[in-house]
Design a protein around this ligand. Structure first.
Ligand SMILES: [Zn+2]
Length: 429
């Protein structure tokens, strides 16, 4: 009898709990922070102003995110106004936010950097959550063709988070991430932000990253991310420090020189034991000038590239390899012999004469010996040709003299014979 009562009780409990949905959590509350505002313009480049761009992205992100179920979205500012970083975090706390997403665009001092990066707090659960979201976001930014500068932490002199908004958020146990979508001052990123439509696409991308991170569903969009697998990150026991040292290795080797078109193939081996390689730049004038930054091949220790050296150059090749924190190490220098190819320009010929002069002075190059031997051959051929011409002229002269002598003899013979026949006739008369 007691057992039967237990079965009935278990049955009632089963039906009761089954009617409660598994994901019956409170809706996720997210706060989007359009960076800067009011007097604080943020980055300014050509006709682009960061505070307006971040607002366009935030509005589009909110609109897209609200198409999902189980999410409540707020903006820290709905108008163009000044707000301190503390005020932004305080607002997020006041609405009981689960996450603060800070939207930004970047610029660099030398206008040389390009790509997207996400900054996260270096501490505790805020690092874990920040990094986990940033992994989704970065995958999507890479998916549209942006170059990943990485997911990073940065500390100030006191060893706290460098970025104020991350620092305040972490102090309030609020997970956050600061998205620098791309650089406004570099050609590589130009295609991503130049119209309102493109900025709105960033908003949709950011919203989708949030939806994936939280495993949201949208009937309107017909998508379900409830099975989305986030990366597994442990809560760090101490601050996750950024890399403040240069790459450990940078060695180059010249693999091939095409003397027809000046293409020089170079291999670069570079490594950073603390972080990862990000860019490289090259020089063929011994480091006086360098190329624009080039993408490093992700995950590779050795890459190979081809650079074109202009005709008339005496190349001295050197490469700089940059890590994910924009610190570089310069390689060994490699000297090559002078390159002259194609239609020679005046400058190229002059340069080549100068460099040839140098080589001959040094007297150490096989090519200079070959060249002088070649010149000798060339000279003797010319002499032979001249000799042949002289022989022909001599032969013609001798022939002409012979013809002239014969002609004179013939005339003399004719005169002689005619005077004899006159004498004979005169005797007959
Ligand atoms: Zn900014």
């Amino acid at each position: 009898m007691r057992r039967a009562a237990l079965y009935i009780l278990a049955g009632i409990m089963f039906f009761f709990f089954r009617s409660i949905p598994v994901h019956a959590e409170e809706p996720v509350i997210v706060v989007l922070d359009p960076g800067h505002g009011g007097e604080n313009l943020g980055a300014e480049y050509e006709q682009y102003t960061e505070k307006n761009m971040t607002m366009t992205v935030a509005e589009s992100m909110k609109e897209e995110l609200e198409k999902y179920e189980g999410v409540t979205v707020y903006l820290t500012r709905n108008e163009d106004k000044d707000m301190t970083l503390e005020e932004r975090v305080d607002f997020a706390k006041s609405v009981n936010a689960d996450f603060l997403f800070c939207l930004h665009f970047n610029m660099s001092e030398k206008h040389d950097l390009f790509g997207a990066e996400v900054w996260v707090s270096a501490f505790d659960n805020e690092y874990k959550k920040g990094y986990t979201f940033a992994s989704v976001e970065m995958d999507m930014l890479k998916g549209i063709g942006l170059y990943s500068r990485g997911i990073k932490t940065r500390l100030n002199d006191e060893g706290e988070d460098y970025y104020g908004i991350l620092r305040h958020a972490t102090a309030n146990d609020l997970p956050s991430a600061l998205i620098e979508h791309c650089h406004l001052d570099q050609a590589n990123d130009k295609e991503f932000y130049t119209s309102e439509e493109k900025l709105r696409q960033f908003g949709v991308l950011d919203a989708t990253a949030v939806a994936k991170y939280y495993g949201l569903k949208s009937e309107t969009l017909g998508v379900d991310y409830s099975d989305y697998q986030n990366v597994e990150i442990a809560v760090p026991t101490s601050a996750v420090k950024p890399d403040d040292t240069e790459p450990d290795i940078c060695i180059i080797d010249v693999k091939d020189v095409n003397e027809e078109n000046g293409d020089v193939s170079v291999s670069v081996s570079a490594q950073d034991y603390d972080s990862y390689m990000l860019y490289y730049s090259y020089s063929f004038d011994g480091g006086m000038t360098f190329s624009d930054l080039q993408r490093w091949k992700e995950g590779e220790d050795t890459i190979r590239f081809t650079m074109n050296v202009p005709s008339g150059t005496l190349p001295e090749v050197v490469v700089r390899a940059y890590n994910g924190f924009d610190k570089f190490t310069e390689s060994n220098h490699i000297h090559l012999s002078s390159l002259v190819y194609g239609e020679p320009t005046e400058e190229a010929v002059e340069a080549s004469n100068m460099t040839k002069g140098n080589v001959i002075e040094q007297g150490s190059s096989d090519t200079s010996i070959e060249a002088s031997e070649g010149q000798k051959n060339h000279q003797s051929k010319k002499e032979q040709k001249e000799e042949n011409q002289i022989t022909i002229i001599y032969f013609l002269q001798v022939t002409l003299i012979c013809i002239a002598i014969l002609f004179v003899l013939l005339v003399f013979a004719m005169i002689l014979s005619s005077s004899r026949s006159k004498k004979k006739r005169g005797r007959r008369k």
